[in-house]
Design a protein around this ligand. Structure first.
Ligand code: 5GP
Length: 201
């Protein structure tokens, strides 16, 4: 059985990682999305259990205390974390799973799963990032300022990832992500069982 890939995608707010991941998941088959838990309030159109598990701070802390999270971090003033159970299930089944998480969380995952596929989404420039985040109109001014202030530090973390994708054109960015995952499937280390089977038969 081929080993599944744990694909971790990060990038500053407004870089377009959500859009890239959604388009990629639509195109790809057999890759699950890891739905995070968060204490942030839902945005218009977001659905509990599909986009996030929206929980209060008390429930989130219970998840931490119960070791239910693979990683967690405080991002832009709210808590976000990855439920461990689904990740364990997918890995046991040899399936791929996609995590869209911040840089602090990604570095925690990297310690536990160094063979994960770590991908950082870059905006073409900081000016373009600012234009996009203001243009999408999903956050208030204070939240926008918080996100923009964090972006430079986040971008500096890109060199700790295995891949970077500049999101200039959405289609190209999605194709790059597909190509990365495809290539990772072909890694010899993920196909040792197949190699052994051929040799032994
Ligand atoms: P947003 O509020 O825009 O949905 O997400 C804010 C930031 O939190 C993004 O960088 C997003 O990738 C990150 N994030 C979402 N889910 C998780 C998670 O489970 N863990 C961590 N560490 N970050 C997350």
């Amino acid at each position: 059985m081929r080993k599944g890939c744990l694909v971790v995608v990060s990038g500053p707010s407004g870089a377009g990682k959500g859009t890239i991941c959604s388009a990629f998941l639509e195109r790809a088959s057999g890759i699950a999305y890891s739905v995070s838990a968060t204490t942030r309030s839902p945005r218009r159109g977001e659905v509990d259990g599909r986009d996030y598990y929206f929980v209060d701070e008390e429930s989130f802390k219970k998840m931490i205390d119960g070791d239910e999270l693979l990683e967690w971090a405080e991002v832009y003033g709210n808590y976000y974390g990855t439920p461990l159970k689904k990740i364990q299930e997918k890995i046991a089944e040899g399936k791929d799973i996609l995590l869209e998480i911040d840089t602090q969380g990604a570095m925690q995952v990297k310690k536990r799963f160094p063979n994960g596929v770590f991908v950082f989404i870059l905006p073409p420039s900081l000016a373009e990032l600012q234009r996009r985040i203001r243009g999408r109109g999903t956050e208030g001014e204070r939240d926008i300022e918080k996100r923009l202030a964090a972006s430079e530090g986040e971008i500096k973390m890109a060199s700790d990832y295995r891949y970077v994708i500049v999101n200039d054109k959405l289609d190209d960015a999605v194709s790059s992500l597909s190509a990365i995952v495809e290539a990772e499937h072909c890694r010899a280390s993920r196909n040792q069982d197949i190699i052994n089977e051929i040799v032994n038969n």
